[in-house]
Design a protein around this ligand. Structure first.
Ligand code: CO
Length: 134
């Protein structure tokens, strides 16, 4: 079902500082900051040859990653995202297999304008998994 690793998302306490560190210390290519108001995050993409790293910071009062940052004040890996050919088919198969899809179980448009869903970390060894339509 899963294909390429699309990205690893890291929540950071200071987005500007984190972007500079990836640029200057690691010599990485880093995008401009993007505000995703609907998702409650502000982020930059670190573009690697074979995948991306998303550096995320909460945006607004009800950001879904605020609590994560409270619990992990130095920052930390938040989720990994794998690509699937057909997200709706994947959702059906996962539900048949008893996997818990977060929210109402339906794929939602994600940060890249493509439908995504999230799988509960308790069922996947403590890792929040995002699946994104290829
Ligand atoms: Co993501």
């Amino acid at each position: 079902m899963i294909g390429c690793l699309n990205h690893v998302a890291i929540v950071v306490p200071d987005l500007r500082e984190a972007a500079l560190k990836y640029q200057q210390t690691l010599g990485a290519e880093v995008s401009e900051q993007q505000e995703l108001v609907d998702h409650g995050v502000i982020l930059v993409f670190v573009q690697l040859a074979n995948t991306k790293i998303e550096l995320l910071h909460p945006l607004g009062a009800n950001s879904p990653i605020s609590l994560f940052l409270e619990r992990n004040p130095a920052g930390g890996i938040h989720h990994v995202c794998y690509e699937v050919d057909n997200i709706y088919e994947a959702a059906n198969v996962l539900q048949e297999m008893g996997a818990k899809i977060l929210g109402d179980g339906e794929p939602k448009i994600g940060a890249h304008g493509k439908p995504v869903l999230f799988l509960h970390p308790k069922e996947f060894f403590g890792t929040l998994i995002e699946l994104e339509q290829k």
